[in-house]
Write a protein that binds this ligand. Structure first.
Ligand SMILES: [Zn+2]
Length: 423
């Protein structure tokens, strides 16, 4: 990588090799416009948003930009939401090695998201605050959209062709059997509130603590099996782009994805966000903080939100399976539904197993630092650290192929998340 040796003359200039590489990978050609808007109605004041456009993968390089949008829905106070808003993105970016190409950076992102979420949770809990927060974080780089989520603030995508995709997971015990099983296997108890006389009320909760969510950042007073390990999904939009809607449960308790899309169709992003919040509050009343971020990813020079070609076709088509190139033949006679129109799934992993999440990228790439903790990035001498694949914290001699390493403190955190620490 260039850098360090550049004189004053070269300031602001991009090395030719980088330019050539960029042209070859069509990076500039596929860089769409990203327009956003947000709206909120406040009840408790525990929803927070983060909007950062023009972040740089390569510091000082104006072409290596990406955008980040996040929604934090706090509970039991707002400290966890505020702390995550201020620290999460930095913790993620610190976990990505420098000097990566765009493709390598995007491939490293899922592992870095896991590291950043866990580190943020660990650092926050060290401060002994009791609040917690959901997080839905969206990173947009060109047409590649990466979503990391804990909790129940959903992110949906409507592609330009009118299909709807869920890009986040719902970590609500009530609606996620797999998570209920995981929590119980880790030593938690799952049940409803007992109103006396054996009558059970309300949604499924996890005890101790009584939280309805199975994943969050913070929440010192609930079991440590309520983990901050995010569900991560990475997709590539077609050249025609699409619309993302990120909302807190204040919206999703009132509106289905279809309703949110329908009521805001054709509106610019800021008006769309306002309309979605308004619609939700009209239907259910302002029972909770109700926040919405709308992001339109548009082909350059197309400054209106994409409207699906046929309204009938656009409504109610939910894609739980992503289309793969070549498996779909178009039935739209009036419009060419070419390969370029399809949303491609690049990556998805929602496992709560840290070893799996940190190792998947490790096998084939050597871009991550070998002798640094995979979570907190603290440097370690050769021989220090514990393999993330190790089943006990007993010290043993490690070889680089034993997998990513954790420092002692992050190893303790890992075991706690797996229910191996009872205190
Ligand atoms: Zn560590």
């Amino acid at each position: 990588m260039a850098g360090g040796g550049e004189g004053k003359k070269g300031e602001g200039m991009v090395p030719l090799a980088l330019l050539l590489k960029r042209e070859l990978s069509n990076e500039r050609v596929e860089r769409p416009d990203v327009l956003h808007g947000q709206a909120s109605q406040v009840r408790k004041g525990e929803d927070f948003t983060l909007v950062k456009i023009d972040c740089q993968r390569v510091p000082g390089d104006g072409f290596s930009t990406f955008s980040a949008f996040a929604l934090f829905d706090g509970h039991n106070g707002s400290q966890a939401a505020i702390y995550s808003k201020e620290n999460l993105l930095n913790n993620i970016l610190r976990a990505i090695p420098s000097n990566l190409s765009r493709e390598e950076w995007l491939a490293a992102l899922p592992r870095a998201l896991v590291a950043g979420f866990v580190r943020t949770d660990k650092d926050f809990i060290d401060k002994a605050h009791f609040s917690g927060t959901t997080v839905t974080l969206v990173i947009i780089d060109g047409l590649v959209v990466t979503v990391a989520s804990v909790g129940d603030s959903r992110c949906i995508l409507e592609s330009a062709e009118g299909s709807v995709y869920y890009l986040s997971a719902d970590h609500r015990l009530e609606s996620n059997e797999e998570e209920v099983e995981r929590v119980i296997a880790s030593g938690g108890q799952v049940g409803r509130l007992n109103s006396g006389g054996g009558v059970e009320i309300g949604p499924l909760r996890c005890w101790p603590g009584g939280l309805c969510l199975s994943r969050s950042i913070g929440d010192l007073d609930v079991g440590e099996f309520i983990v901050p390990i995010p569900h991560v999904k990475q997709v590539k939009l077609s050249n025609a782009g699409g619309r993302l809607i990120i909302s807190s449960d204040g919206v999703w308790d009132a509106l289905t994805a279809e309703m949110a899309i329908k009521c805001s169709r054709g509106l610019p992003a800021d008006a769309a966000a306002s309309q979605i919040v308004k619609e939700a509050v009209q239907l259910m009343g302002l029972r909770d903080d109700t926040t919405c971020i709308v992001v339109d990813v548009l082909p350059p020079e197309k400054l209106t939100p994409p409207v699906p070609p046929s309204k009938r076709q656009g409504m109610g088509i939910f894609k739980f399976m992503f289309r793969r190139k070549s498996c779909e033949t178009s039935t739209h006679s009036d419009r060419e539904l070419s390969e370029a129109d399809l949303v491609e799934e690049i990556f998805e992993d929602g496992s709560a197993k840290l070893a799996q999440r940190l190792s998947s990228y490790h096998q084939s790439h050597n871009t991550f630092k070998l002798f640094a903790c995979a979570i907190c990035q603290v440097g370690m001498k050769p021989g220090e650290g514990i393999s993330v694949n190790s089943t006990s914290s007993k010290h043993r001699r490690l070889r680089p192929w034993d997998g990513p390493l954790l420092c002692k403190s992050c190893q303790v955190k890992k075991e706690a998340m797996e229910g191996k620490r009872h205190s």
